[in-house]
Design a protein around this ligand. Structure first.
Ligand SMILES: Cc1cc2nc3c(=O)[nH]c(=O)nc-3n(C[C@H](O)[C@H](O)[C@H](O)COP(=O)(O)OP(=O)(O)OC[C@H]3O[C@@H](n4cnc5c(N)ncnc54)[C@H](O)[C@@H]3O)c2cc1C
Length: 218
């Protein structure tokens, strides 16, 4: 995956072309009537919905909790640094298990990623961790060179048993959860989309769903 943003853009464009509508609003509340989700609350007001999927990373914990589902997700924060012009002529990701860093050749340079930092939601980035990731790469490849063109912090949303939570809410027939994909959210995104589509359409998902159950944490 040499350009995840391009992939996301292609999926987004296909969604819009198929008649999808995009609204970027933080949802603060979910309103149920009996076993049906009626609406979600956004800064623009109450939005009526025919159904919803909670897929909000570590914020899924609070949204799920608001409708009585225990999703004890924490953020395992990780960092990456982008280098342009690095002398790294490998064509696939290279992992150092000892140092916990992954070097991946991307369309716009070399991406060096790693570290796990447990942090509460909203805490400021610890950029020293990005510097550490880069220092490990330079120690591994002393002639790496290159110029740093960017750095990033991301939150890997992780549940205690390291499995995602995918399924229908036990108390609402039109509410689904797809969260907790830890270190593999990009890898598992398409499969999770297929599973959720099958559940919404009432089809068999073709896989054992119990390990990912939405009520496994009580
Ligand atoms: C350094 C690093 C390297 C990684 N490398 C890989 C890799 O090589 N392969 C791989 O598969 N995975 C990788 N991951 C993991 C991957 O990034 C995550 O698993 C994935 O981002 C989780 O996706 P998500 O959509 O569940 O959550 P997020 O990516 O956290 O997205 C959650 C979304 O919900 C939105 N949101 C939050 N609250 C609300 C609200 N109240 N209302 C509406 N929207 C809301 C947020 O704005 C955000 O857009 C990596 C992660 C890190 C940090």
């Amino acid at each position: 995956m040499s350009d995840p943003q391009r992939l996301a853009r292609a999926v987004f464009d296909a969604f819009i072309e198929d008649g999808g509508e995009f609204r970027q609003q933080p949802v603060s509340n979910l309103t149920l009537a009996g076993r049906t989700l009626l609406s979600v609350t956004t800064p623009e007001g109450e939005l009526s919905v025919s159904g919803a999927v909670i897929a909000a990373g570590q914020a899924s914990r609070r949204l799920a909790g608001s409708v009585g589902i225990n999703a004890p997700i924490i953020a395992e924060r990780g960092y990456h640094v982008m280098l342009e012009g690095a002398k790294a002529d490998f064509e696939m990701p290279v992992v150092s298990m000892d140092r916990g860093v992954i070097l991946t050749p991307m369309t716009d340079g070399l991406r060096i990623a790693g570290t796990v930092e447990f942090a509460r939601a909203g805490r400021l980035e610890t950029w020293a961790r990005a510097d550490e990731v880069l220092a490990h790469a330079r120690a591994l490849f002393p002639d790496l060179g290159g110029v740093q063109t960017g750095r990033w912090m991301g939150e890997r949303p992780t549940l205690p048993d390291f499995l995602p939570m995918i399924g229908r809410a036990p108390n609402a027939e039109n509410l689904y959860l797809a969260c907790g994909h830890q270190h593999l959210g990009l890898t598992l995104a398409a499969l999770t989309g297929e599973i959720i589509a099958a559940l919404v359409a009432g089809r068999d998902t073709g896989i054992e769903m119990a390990p990912m159950s939405v009520n496994r944490f009580g």
